[in-house]
Design a protein around this ligand. Structure first.
Ligand SMILES: [Zn+2]
Length: 349
């Protein structure tokens, strides 16, 4: 059963890349009783550790940052200009509410020039990021008492359940942060085959930055990274373009734009899923990358790396949607992989 209350809270706590302190504290409170110890590395990655039977190291990970913005300028009328932290499709910013995290959290709305006063040429153009500003309803003086250049901005959108689905901002990647917390919970009284480092990474959305730092810090033998993947099971996409479908199970990553997963890790995960009757899909994502890439290549000499992905519609929009069934399967698959990783034959073909 999914703990919907915890999942919901995990999506709502702000954590812009480089400003993850609030979500990190929230996760720390929720994992500290489940592991031997918790520490934060110099870059801000949260590392929850459990001692296992052998000294081999398994690193499991999920990034805790979310795509966000940062204040660059406050104009004469108090309107705020910003820069993006992470990849946005500009059209998804239309008519959105945001939180500016200054001295306190203040709400703002993203505006652009109204259609009524656009020239015919302007009407034909797709809006660009630079066309947007944030309106807080406050004048310049009032804004400047609360906000300064460099303050992070995150999106405002509540979490809801829709049938067997959940819908919220930041399911990328808070759904996998939840998956990792719940897995640690399931395993808390079980003996683990090797040392497990459960890492909640920083700054994934701006280039896998936390992951590369923690890979060299921990130097794992094995890596299982958790992130969301595209579900293009929607009108207008061809069968070969779907990547994954909601409700058909968590996905075992074969490759993405930045990583070819270790073929042994892929076979291991498939074997574990089949043995435990956990439904799964295979993920071949032609573009885009996840922390798997940083963790595979920045361990000393590389690591045996793979990923479990939760299928998600409308990625990087405030209405991301995922299936509770896929999430449950993802938790079970991760738990079983952790328990069985020590007995698999890792010899090369
Ligand atoms: Zn992600």
């Amino acid at each position: 059963m999914i703990n919907v209350k915890l999942l919901k809270e995990t999506t709502q706590v702000p954590g812009a890349p480089g400003f993850e302190y609030r979500i990190r504290n929230f996760i720390k409170q929720n994992v500290k009783e489940l592991v031997d110890n918790v520490r934060i590395d110099a870059m801000g990655n949260l590392i929850a550790f459990r001692k296992g039977k052998s000294d081999k190291k398994l690193l499991i990970s999920a990034h805790m940052d979310e795509i966000s913005f940062v204040v660059t300028h406050i104009d004469e009328d108090g309107y705020i200009k910003f820069k993006t932290l992470g990849g946005f499709d500009p059209k998804t910013l239309t008519a959105q509410r945001v939180f500016i995290h200054g001295k306190e959290d203040i709400i703002g709305v993203m505006g652009t020039k109204p259609i009524h006063i656009m020239t015919p040429e302007e009407r034909k153009k797709i809006p660009q990021i630079d066309d947007y500003y944030i309106d807080t309803g406050l004048d310049k003086k009032e804004v400047e008492l609360l906000v300064e250049i460099g303050n992070p901005i995150t999106r405002e959108r509540s979490f809801i359940e829709m049938g067997g689905m959940v819908n919220s901002k930041s399911l990328d990647n808070r759904i996998c942060c939840y998956q990792m917390i719940e897995t640690l919970n399931q395993l808390k009284d079980k003996e683990l085959p090797m040392d497990v480092y459960a890492v909640f990474t920083v700054q994934e959305e701006i280039g896998l930055r936390g992951a590369t730092a923690v890979a060299s810090g921990v130097n794992p033998d094995y890596v299982i990274n958790l992130d969301v993947t595209l579900a293009c099971d929607v009108p207008g996409s061809m069968p070969h373009e779907r990547i994954t479908d909601l409700g058909k199970g968590a996905a075992i990553k074969v490759l993405d734009g930045a990583t070819v997963c270790d073929y042994r890790m892929v076979s291991f995960m498939k074997e574990v899923a089949n043995k435990n009757s956990i439904p799964f899909q295979l993920e071949v994502l032609p573009k885009g990358g996840t922390d798997t890439a940083g963790l595979q290549r920045h361990a000393n000499g590389g690591s045996v790396a793979g990923g479990i992905s939760i299928p998600c519609r409308y990625l990087h929009q405030v209405i991301e949607m995922a299936s509770k069934k896929d999430l449950e399967g993802g938790i079970n698959l991760l738990s079983e992989c952790i328990l069985e990783i020590g007995t698999y034959n890792w010899a090369h073909k």
